[in-house]
Design a binder for this molecule. Structure first.
Ligand SMILES: C[S@@+](CC[C@H](N)C(=O)[O-])C[C@H]1O[C@@H](n2cnc3c(N)ncnc32)[C@H](O)[C@@H]1O
Length: 261
């Protein structure tokens, strides 16, 4: 089972996810292209607010979204409820841990989008997740995992931070919320420890601060591929959502994994 410390950021502030990380047409196109190649049904792990699932359901695919955060699943249900009835009927959401799940059925495409595989804190959890995925893949199925490439030059002295954002109004309470963040790499750069800090201005004029710590293993491309191979997958890596082969320099690592027979 994954350690769940890192979920606080999503439980309290999941509503800002789509504002901070807007979904792009290229990302939708990449997943839709693969869905057309493999056929459905599709399984999105760590699906968050379900924004990508909803686009794929609109494109005609049956999709199951799995996430561990109650808030993210609530937002996903809300996004699905806005779809036309036929597309809405193609979306199912499940609360489960992506390193320990059994849905009792197979999928032609499984995906973990937008840097979400490394929500899993250890290689052991990652392997457990990959092993669950293998059991859920139908013959001819594929696994897509998209992560951001680790760029050590982004962390001078092993640190990186960003200052207070512009305030964003909470969509339900109307309270203004500011966000800042910091990350520190362990010695050797093998693990990142970070925290998001949120400042909330309440209607009575008071302010509170919430700290949301997180940790993540910092894997290089070759280490991901090794991990996928240990779990029984052959991997191709692309540098972007257009399907350009990776040349070692791109911002993204778009992995396409095929189970070995
Ligand atoms: C970066 S956000 C999701 C982004 C989403 N994949 C997208 O493309 O919009 C990461 C998500 O991972 C979920 N998560 C973290 N650990 C998880 C776990 N062990 N099992 C399932 N979901 C998890 C969080 O609740 C959060 O919704």
């Amino acid at each position: 089972m994954a350690t769940h410390l890192d979920l606080k950021r999503y439980e309290l502030f999941g509503w800002d996810y789509e504002i901070v990380n807007p979904l792009t047409a290229e990302e939708v196109g990449w997943h839709a292209t693969w869905a057309r190649r493999t056929g459905g049904p599709l399984l999105g792990l760590a699906c968050g607010t379900g924004r990508l699932l909803c686009r794929l359901a609109e494109a005609g695919f049956e999709v199951v979204g799995l996430d561990l955060s109650n808030t993210m699943l609530r937002l996903a249900r809300r996004n699905a409820a806005k779809l036309p009835p036929a597309a809405r009927g193609r979306v199912r959401l499940v609360k489960a841990d992506m390193s320990d799940f059994d849905l009792g059925r197979k999928f032609r495409l499984v995906f973990i989008a937008d840097n979400s595989f490394r929500e899993l804190n250890t290689r052991r959890e990652m392997l457990a997740c990959l092993s669950c995925i293998r059991r859920h893949l139908a013959p001819g199925g594929r696994l897509l995992i998209t992560e951001r490439r680790l760029d050590p030059s982004r962390y001078p002295n092993g640190r990186w931070s960003f200052g207070w954002s512009r305030p964003v109004a909470h969509p339900e309470t109307g309270e203004l919320v500011w966000r800042r963040g910091e990350v520190r790499l362990s010695r050797g750069g093998r693990r990142a420890r970070g925290r998001f800090i949120y400042k909330i201005a309440h209607a009575d004029g008071s302010e509170t601060i919430e700290q949301c710590p997180w940790t993540a293993p910092m894997l290089q491309k070759a280490e991901y591929i090794q991990l996928f191979a240990r779990a029984g997958f052959r991997t191709r890596t692309f540098a972007d959502y257009k399907g350009v082969e990776d040349d070692g320099k791109g911002r993204l690592l778009c992995f396409v994994c095929e189970p070995r027979k």
